[in-house]
Design a protein around this ligand. Structure first.
Ligand SMILES: [Fe+2]
Length: 469
């Protein structure tokens, strides 16, 4: 099938068999940006029509890599190797060539090089929404909000409302600004994006993050409730937005509502083996336990899924969440296997391998120590890795779990001055958080620290009254 050059709706040149193939490619990218359930179906149909279209094959590699486990990694590598070989004989654009090299870097575990290729593409082609979304994703999993914000800030002036993916770009801008701490800007971009497309779950989610970071619990619940009806065609990513909703309820101590969201929504499709589902679920169960709730046998189901991923070497952030389920279920054989995998991963000369060596392995060992009630050991490890925990990626809200675990381990055993200082720091940063004030009060001696203790109790009472439903 001979390839010619065709332009897409964002002014980019594609090597493709027909303009129809380029139109369909755009549709798959739109589905990807919108977390739609039919991404796979649309891609299959495109590849049936245009099996040799380089960007269609590359997109297959990208979407396979995004699944992120040891099974799909092999498939993505095979797609990338074949594509790299066949593209040598094709007359393709430098933009397409850079995409192919970005995929190859990604499957080889060099995430920094992959982001460099996408940033290079965006320098020349700022309206390449696929490159923009992928670099957004990997900047997100490098944990560096300011890099994510700078990346999109550079291209944003080239975007305007007439470009079909403009709303999605607003949403990426919203989330980037939120992670960089620019909350009012983030809320404005996110609300603008949702006004354009109410089904844009990523943009809805960016605004939910703003409310989470500012302790705006009622606003967060209302915002998600008002938008969730638009997500009928959204894939399991919608469960992550419900996870955010559950965090608002958790902070409001509405535990029945949290458990209902967990059972009915967040953990309702674990058979799909979607890694973010496990991250949401494990993180929520652990937070419920930190609130002294008994989660009964819910860890077991998560451990069943986690046991399939003992050999994964994709994102340490995800692996740590699988490990949370294994340690909670006390499956020693699986725990040992996963720790051994992380130790070997730490020796790999890959982006995530280096992150494992620097911080991931230490956090993994801390999770094991904590579940075994070795609080001193756990708190020492979590404290030692605290300044680098951001490197595992994920959002500030997701990584806050490690802050909570540090505080829990530092105050659960013998209460030390530094544990009390940590609790004080948290309640200073989150003055509306009942959990933070309660943890601080727990650290204080009502006699020796009487004025601080009285102040903590007064704040606890004020917050409790404000939460009366
Ligand atoms: Fe989130």
């Amino acid at each position: 099938m001979s390839l010619q050059k065709f332009e897409c709706s964002h002014g980019l040149q594609f090597s493709a068999p027909s303009s129809e193939a380029v139109r369909r490619f755009d549709e798959v990218v739109t589905a990807y940006l919108g977390f739609k359930r039919d991404i796979g179906e649309k891609l299959k149909s495109l590849l049936a029509e245009a099996p040799d279209m380089p960007m269609a094959v590359c997109l297959r590699g990208y979407l396979t890599k995004l699944v992120g486990n040891s099974f799909t990694d092999d498939k993505a590598r095979s797609v990338s190797d074949t594509l790299t070989a066949t593209s040598q004989t094709q007359n393709i654009t430098s933009r397409e060539q850079n995409h192919i090299m970005a995929l190859a870097s990604w499957v080889n575990g060099d995430l920094d090089q992959a982001t460099n290729y996408w940033e290079t593409i965006l320098t020349e082609h700022p309206t390449d929404s696929l490159a923009l979304r992928l670099v957004h994703h990997l900047h997100f999993y490098s944990g560096q909000g300011s890099r994510m914000r700078d990346s999109i800030d550079r291209v944003f002036p080239k975007w305007h409302a007439q470009l079909p993916h403009y709303g999605f770009v607003l949403g990426m801008n919203a989330f980037s600004h939120e992670e960089a701490g620019n909350y009012s800007q983030a809320e404005q971009f996110g609300r603008e994006a949702v006004a354009i497309n109410p089904a844009d779950a990523w943009s809805t989610h960016a605004v939910a993050h703003v409310y989470e970071m500012n302790g705006m619990l009622t606003e967060g619940i209302d915002w998600i409730s008002a938008n969730q009806k638009a997500w009928n065609d959204v894939n399991n990513f919608r469960f992550h937005v419900y996870w955010h909703k559950s965090l608002f309820h958790l902070e409001r101590t509405e535990y029945d509502e949290v458990l209902k969201l967990y059972d009915d929504v967040i953990a309702s499709d674990l058979d799909a083996d979607f890694s973010l589902d496990v991250c949401n679920a494990a993180s929520l169960l652990l937070r419920l336990e930190l609130h002294d709730l008994d989660v009964e046998d819910r860890w077991e189901r998560l451990a069943d899924v986690s046991r399939k991923h003992l050999d994964d070497r994709d994102m340490i952030f995800t692996t740590l969440h699988y490990l949370m389920a294994l340690v909670a279920s006390q499956d020693q054989e699986a725990i040992d296997a996963m720790l051994s995998n992380i130790r070997n991963w730490s020796k790999e000369d890959t982006t995530q391998g280096r992150i494992c060596a620097e911080v991931g392995l230490g956090l993994a060992e801390a999770l094991v120590s904590l579940r075994a009630a070795r609080y001193e050991e756990a708190s020492a490890a979590l404290m030692a890795h605290r300044k680098n925990t951001y490197k595992i990626g994920g959002s500030i809200a997701q990584r806050d779990l490690f802050e909570m675990l540090l505080l829990h381990s530092a105050t659960k055993g013998e209460i030390t001055d530094w544990g009390t200082d940590l609790a004080k720091q948290r309640k200073d940063n989150q003055p509306n958080s009942l959990w933070s004030w309660r943890t601080y009060a727990y650290c204080l001696d009502p006699d020796a620290d009487s004025s601080a203790y009285t102040e903590a109790q007064r704040n606890i009472d004020i917050i409790k009254k404000s939460l009366v439903h």
